[in-house]
Design a protein around this ligand. Structure first.
Ligand SMILES: C[S@@+](CC[C@H](N)C(=O)[O-])C[C@H]1O[C@@H](n2cnc3c(N)ncnc32)[C@H](O)[C@@H]1O
Length: 299
């Protein structure tokens, strides 16, 4: 059997693009190779491996879990059942954080970036990788932190940072939201003047989670998606932790970028105002023109 015959065999059973990705993955080649070398023959072992993957895809398993990889911000990330599959809209958090850094008048040693609920580590790794290529300053673990409640996700995040050569720049901390950061002695001694928080925490309300596609509900960790209180419980706790710690450390400026669901714009604004009365709040839309990121500035 060759590639063209294999594509014919599964035509209509799964999406054509998905099929090409699964074939490429099983052959250890690129999708371009699959498209150009349709006459290439396939061994029976390879055919059996592809057949297994196609069956799993038909049941709804996300392509990224089948291949174990997902592209994000132009980089390849390892993903598995412990991590959310990075979404394209989350790239906004990377762009907004980088733009905030470029606006900074302070030296890099005076600020830090914290990725709360890092999952695969896609956000913090993309930020550090980009900075490494674009700024002249020496980047250290005093500048970059990532936290997650899931030890397995943190392990994957560390592997991804290593894959992209930035593992020595990021301090990975296990625990609840910002708690492990404020407990970390390294942070206590080098508390920065300014902090950028990026967070794509669980924010789906019970209703939205219930109506999510089967691929999401059956395969992605619920602990990475669902949050109580109409999806805002995690952000409420994060900001409450921040309020307590903001007063104890020498930070004078905090910018938070939170990924949200569009309908949360108004209730989230109310919630933030309750916690930080003087905070400046703004929102950014994604490419689909939906409210996707909330920016909070706290002085
Ligand atoms: C929506 S996923 C986002 C993962 C990754 N940042 C991304 O954008 O692909 C949310 C992540 O937050 C983590 N998380 C959930 N509750 C948490 C908590 N209380 N403290 C720290 N991390 C938490 C989950 O384990 C998960 O990895």
């Amino acid at each position: 059997m060759n590639i063209a015959q294999l594509i014919q065999k599964y035509k209509g059973k799964i999406d054509r693009l998905d099929l090409e990705i699964l074939i490429a993955h099983s052959l250890g080649k690129t999708r371009e190779f699959v498209l150009i070398h349709a006459e290439n023959s396939i061994t029976s072992n390879q055919s059996a491996a592809i057949n297994k993957l196609v069956k799993r895809r038909i049941k709804g398993e996300p392509i990224a879990y089948l291949t174990g990889h997902k592209e994000f911000y132009g980089l390849d990330f390892i993903v598995n059942k412990h991590t959310l599959v990075p979404r394209p809209e989350t790239e906004m958090l990377v762009e907004l954080a980088l733009s905030e850094i470029s606006n900074f008048k302070f030296q890099i040693s005076n600020y830090c970036i914290v990725d709360v609920g890092t999952g695969s580590g896609c956000i913090i790794t993309s930020i550090v990788k980009t900075l490494q290529q674009t700024v002249n300053h020496k980047l250290t673990t005093r500048n970059f932190y990532a936290t997650d409640i899931s030890k397995e996700a943190l392990k994957t995040a560390k592997s991804n940072a290593k894959l992209h050569g930035v593992e020595k720049k990021i301090k990975f901390l296990h625990g609840n939201l910002l708690a492990p950061l404020f407990d970390a002695s390294c942070f206590m001694f080098h508390a920065p003047c300014s902090m950028i928080i990026v967070a794509n925490l669980p924010y789906l309300s019970a209703e939205i989670y219930q109506s999510a596609p089967i691929d999401v509900k059956k395969y992605e960790p619920k602990s990475a998606l669902y949050s109580a209180e109409a999806g805002l419980a995690h952000y409420c706790e994060l900001l409450t932790q921040l309020k307590t710690s903001h007063q104890s450390f020498s930070m004078f400026h905090v910018s938070c970028f939170l990924e949200i669901s569009p309908e949360q714009k108004i209730p989230l604004t109310k919630m933030i105002k309750n916690i930080f009365t003087a905070a400046e709040i703004s929102f950014e839309k994604d490419l689909a023109k939906k409210w996707r990121v909330c920016k909070i500035e706290i002085c």
